[in-house]
Design a protein around this ligand. Structure first.
Ligand SMILES: O=C(O)CCC(=O)C(=O)O
Ligand SMILES: [Fe+2]
Length: 530
């Protein structure tokens, strides 16, 4: 590889481009601590050096940010291409396998897709099949023109893809004093049937849960005729379900397997078989943190019936102007996520937060916790304030002695967050854990800080501790410190792109769960009672 003379010189002195800034800092410090400029010329050289130094630093920051943004975007594009590829493979398999071909249906000049569906449906209905034209919305002719074979006109055949029915083969009945809606499905209120089976089941439910009563709890009865009927991955987290409601499922018939997959952070999944006569319960937390799915078992011929009970409440009324120090978001305006971060995550692109529906992220640089009050005027207009700080408050130039201990920092931060959370009750404060460095003395302070903050956040309804440190330690990259911390950064407080991506995913997921949850409702309840 050709090397310029200048490049060779830099290499030989051990100066890599990536280490230029520490060198520059060092040179600048030396320059500033040298003799004071005497002449006008020396003064203007000193001013010139100041300007150059600031501009180089700014450019370097900008460069790091642009590089990360580009890498994040690249990864996004790769992910989308992979997803598209998978969906093409799926579509191909599906178009080869799950289709019906109809031959011999003549093709009039005036044929359109809609009247073709109509005619196919009519033909099938005449032969005793129960269908409607809507069942064939994507059918098509295999060719445009009729062919003539030995004097006979042969119309092009028709392919009918068998579309997965939205209920995935399930049949449901709903009973309860209040209606229940999810997705496009709308179950109106309906009296429980006064029959032996239902009465016995209700009786059993009261034995199990003393709070159970059929005025509050609704029952969704689902029939899965065989193993091909499923319920796809979902969480029962509609705001019509009481925030503390357990979801009870009573199973009869064939054993089916329910699979849980964690919704955020590191991928975790597990399966539970649901046997005949078994009662299974899920907590609200298992809905917010996990999705569940009844797995497809094409070779299972037997039916299963489940009775699912949920405590249904009236959906929260559209709130009037929120109380206290809050300003209602203007209609049509996106809500704000204020992201205060030190340099560890400063290059996290704001666009990643576009995944939080109806929100936009404004990122601001903040090195020390002591600087947080500068941004207080913005809290009132932010739905989420995300704080990723702390390492600069702990670390110090003389190893072994932090500026503040982990415990001191946690006490100080929690004191301030406590008052912010009370003052800005409609704002959710997310505080990110501090990540490990290359220094064990510092890491033990970090652990203390993280533990105290984790416990503290549990007691404040609009404060959440985002444990991105644990997300990293559970990830494969934790095998080697160089996979997590930037190798060229001796201080060990800068992350590799992989680590940044893991943390960013945690932060975005935490914002997503707050943006969609009924937490603000719970916060109001909490503050009303305190
Ligand atoms: O049938 C089951 O066991 C699960 C049903 C379910 O997840 C639901 O109704 O939300
Ligand atoms: Fe469910």
């Amino acid at each position: 590889m050709p090397t310029t003379r200048h490049g060779a010189k830099l290499e030989s002195q051990g100066h890599r481009i990536s280490s230029l800034t520490p060198t520059l800092d060092h040179m600048y410090e030396k320059f500033k601590s040298g003799p004071k400029p005497a002449s006008d010329f020396e003064k203007s050289v000193a001013d010139f050096m100041d300007v150059l130094y600031c501009q180089i630093k700014e450019l370097k920051n900008e460069h790091a940010q642009l590089r990360d943004e580009m890498l994040f975007r690249n990864r996004d594009v790769t992910d989308s291409v992979e997803e598209l590829h998978l969906s093409v493979v799926k579509t191909e398999q599906y178009s080869r396998r799950d289709t019906i071909t109809v031959v011999g249906l003549e093709k009039p000049e005036t044929e359109t897709e809609t009247n073709l569906s109509q005619r196919v449906a009519e033909t099938l209905i005449n032969s005793g099949v129960q269908v409607t034209p809507d069942d064939f919305s994507v059918l098509h002719r295999n060719g445009r023109d009729n062919r003539t074979v030995r004097g006979k006109t042969i119309p092009p055949s028709i392919t009918i893809p068998i579309t997965e029915h939205s209920s995935c083969g399930r049949k449901v009945a709903y009973f309860g004093a209040k209606g229940y809606n999810y997705g496009n499905v709308n179950h109106p209120p309906k009296d429980y049937p006064n029959c032996e089976v239902m009465n016995q089941i209700l009786h059993k439910m009261r034995d199990v849960d003393p709070n159970f009563n059929k005025d509050d709890f609704s029952c969704l009865v689902t029939l899965y005729p065989d193993g091909r009927a499923t319920i796809p991955a979902h969480s029962d987290d509609e705001n019509q379900i009481h925030p503390d409601s357990k979801i009870w499922t009573l199973s009869f018939g064939a054993t089916r397997v329910i699979e849980f997959v964690r919704r955020t952070g590191v991928l975790q999944e597990f399966r539970v078989p649901l046997h005949n006569g078994q009662l299974f319960s899920m907590t609200a937390k298992s809905q917010s943190d996990w999705s569940h799915e009844l797995l497809y078992e094409p070779n299972l011929p037997d039916p299963r019936v489940s009775f699912t009970f949920r405590h249904i409440v009236d959906p929260p009324a559209k709130s009037p102007a929120p109380p206290m120090l809050t300003s209602a978001p203007k209609p049509g305006r996106k809500q704000k996520i204020l992201f205060l971060t030190d340099s560890v995550l400063y290059s996290t692109p704001e666009f990643l937060f576009d995944r939080v529906p109806n929100h936009r992220c404004i990122k601001k640089r903040n090195y020390y916790f002591a600087d947080v009050p500068k941004f207080e005027p913005d809290f009132i207009n932010s739905q989420i304030v995300l704080l990723s700080l702390g390492i600069n408050d702990l670390s110090t130039c003389s190893p072994g002695r932090p500026q503040k201990s982990g415990e001191e920092l946690a006490a100080w931060v929690s004191h301030h967050l406590n008052s912010y959370c009370k003052k800005y009750r409609n704002t959710v404060f997310l505080v990110n854990s501090i990540l490990h460095t290359r220094h064990s003395w510092l890491n033990s302070e970090i652990d203390t800080y993280n533990q105290v903050m984790y416990l503290f956040a549990q007691s404040i309804p609009n404060l959440q501790f985002v444990d991105s440190h644990t997300a990293i330690t559970r990830h494969g990259i934790a095998r080697r410190i160089d996979f997590v911390l930037d190798r060229y950064d001796g201080r060990g407080t800068h992350l590799t792109l992989d680590a940044k991506k893991i943390v960013a995913r945690e932060l975005v997921a935490a914002c997503q769960s707050h943006a969609s949850s009924s937490k603000s409702q719970m916060m109001k309840m909490y503050y009303r009672n305190t």
